[in-house]
Ligand binder design. Structure first.
Ligand SMILES: C[S@@+](CC[C@H](N)C(=O)[O-])C[C@H]1O[C@@H](n2cnc3c(N)ncnc32)[C@H](O)[C@@H]1O
Length: 420
């Protein structure tokens, strides 16, 4: 097989964008914050020139209002919890385009924004141009499921961290959520600190907010709103073991805590009603709506997660770095993959595929997976793109037990051929 040149991460944005469409949701989130009346969010939307038609799909004004209430509640409560944690460095994973970078650095904290490379790059440009203290902030492209990318991003950061995760965990498969929890544990072991997230109870917060604002007759509005999130993210399910199900809160909460425990982490639940500040958007609500909203938020928690010192984890098996070899044999593109295929590395494969396809009109792709450690949804998306665009499809060989399990869990084993 031809040795491939060392791959630099310089592939075009459009390729990166296609392997993980979840990044689309970040612009919607900051638009909703602007809609709620958070001044810094309005500034960001203006600076980025985001077209307000982005929210056009939420054509019902009540859906827009409900979503804006949810976003402002999350943003303001998370800012308060970060400041109350006492840690002086906020690592926001994922940072998207929320104004936290401005808020934290103006209040004396340092801020590290981590997100997919395409988002981190754009966020850096925007925030450096708006910041009063740009020296206190940095932005890095990562994949939350890829420990090496996180470790690299934090290599110059000292002291304990307040890691925050808002609006991300629900987009992951179980394996990905597990990888993220395990990566955050490793970061906490190395740096100290805590991890705060509203994500496990996001569905409950959503339902209760809509119920407070619109009473019991809200199911259609919620269904429409949920459809919008799924469309933008390209994720069908919004469900994994870290996400509580509205219909079965007690059992799913236990399962989520056990999921974290297995990763050497323990949870303290912070009652939302007790920690949320006053909101700008109250000016658009009636007194009854505000009272009902404050009352129902008592049923919802944000999760404050720390290392469970009593639980010693096994040494991590170190992963080999990503690598790829390829050779064209007539109409067959042969590839061999090593290490992890995720949002960071999948664009490289897609770029090779698109070049080879254009030059050689490949009809089949055969991939040797014997050294492939892991594949995330971004990698599966690339397999699917290749599969759909050549007449004989993709054939995998040498697949490990873990990768086989991922293919089975996601239903890819019924789409893509797996040989010996
Ligand atoms: C709904 S937005 C939330 C952004 C921000 N935290 C907020 O509250 O507005 C979801 C974010 O998750 C990021 N994301 C998706 N998959 C990711 C991954 N594997 N690693 C890091 N970030 C990811 C997307 O790029 C996007 O910015």
């Amino acid at each position: 097989m031809t040795r491939m040149m060392k791959i630099e991460h310089n592939v075009g944005l459009s390729v990166q964008e296609r392997v993980n469409p979840v990044f689309n949701t970040a612009k919607t989130a900051v638009c909703l914050m602007a809609r709620a009346g958070i001044p810094e969010a309005e500034e960001i939307v203006e600076q980025m020139g985001i077209d307000s038609s982005l929210l056009g799909e939420m054509s019902d004004p009540d859906i827009l209002l409900g979503n804006a209430v949810v976003e402002e509640t999350k943003y303001r409560t998370m800012c308060r919890l970060i400041e109350d944690s006492g840690y002086r460095c906020n690592v926001d994973l994922p940072c998207g385009f929320t104004p936290k970078a401005l808020h934290m650095t103006e209040n004396g904290l340092s801020f590290v924004g981590l997100d997919l490379p395409v988002v981190a790059r754009e966020a850096g440009e925007v925030f450096f141009s708006l910041a009063i203290h740009p020296e206190k902030m940095s932005f890095h492209g990562v994949d939350a499921t890829n420990y090496q990318s996180l470790e690299r991003a934090l290599q110059d950061v000292d002291g304990p961290l307040c890691i925050t995760t808002e609006g991300m965990l629900m987009y992951f498969t179980n394996d990905e959520a597990y990888a993220v929890a395990s990566n955050i544990r490793r970061l906490l072991e190395k740096h100290g600190g805590c991890w705060i997230t509203p994500d496990p109870e996001f569905m409950l917060q959503f339902m209760l907010t809509f119920r407070a604002l619109f009473g019991e007759n809200l199911m259609k509005k919620l269904a429409d709103s949920g459809r919008n999130v799924k469309q933008q993210s390209g994720v069908a399910d919004l469900n994994n073991s870290m996400i509580l199900k509205y219909t079965n809160m007690t059992a799913t909460a236990k399962a989520a805590e056990a999921f974290l425990e297995k990763n050497g982490l323990k949870v303290k639940k912070l009652n939302l009603a007790e920690h949320m500040p006053e909101l700008s958007i109250y000016r658009e609500l009636t007194e009854e709506q505000i009272a009902r909203f404050k009352d129902l938020m008592q049923e919802c928690n944000y999760w404050f997660i720390t290392l469970d010192e009593a639980r010693k984890m096994q040494e991590e098996v170190s992963e080999q770095p990503f690598g790829m070899d390829y050779a064209q044999k007539g109409k067959v593109l042969q590839m061999a993959l090593r290490g992890r295929v995720d949002t960071i590395t999948a664009p490289d494969i897609l770029a090779v595929w698109e070049t080879q396809k254009a030059v050689h009109a490949a009809e089949e792709v055969r991939i040797d997976c014997s050294k492939l450690d892991y594949i995330s949804s971004a990698g599966l998306r690339v397999l699917l793109i290749m599969h759909k665009n050549c007449s004989r499809g993709v054939l995998l060989s040498g697949v490990s037990r873990l990768v086989k399990q991922i293919l089975e869990q996601t239903g890819f084993d019924s789409i893509i051929r797996v040989g010996k």
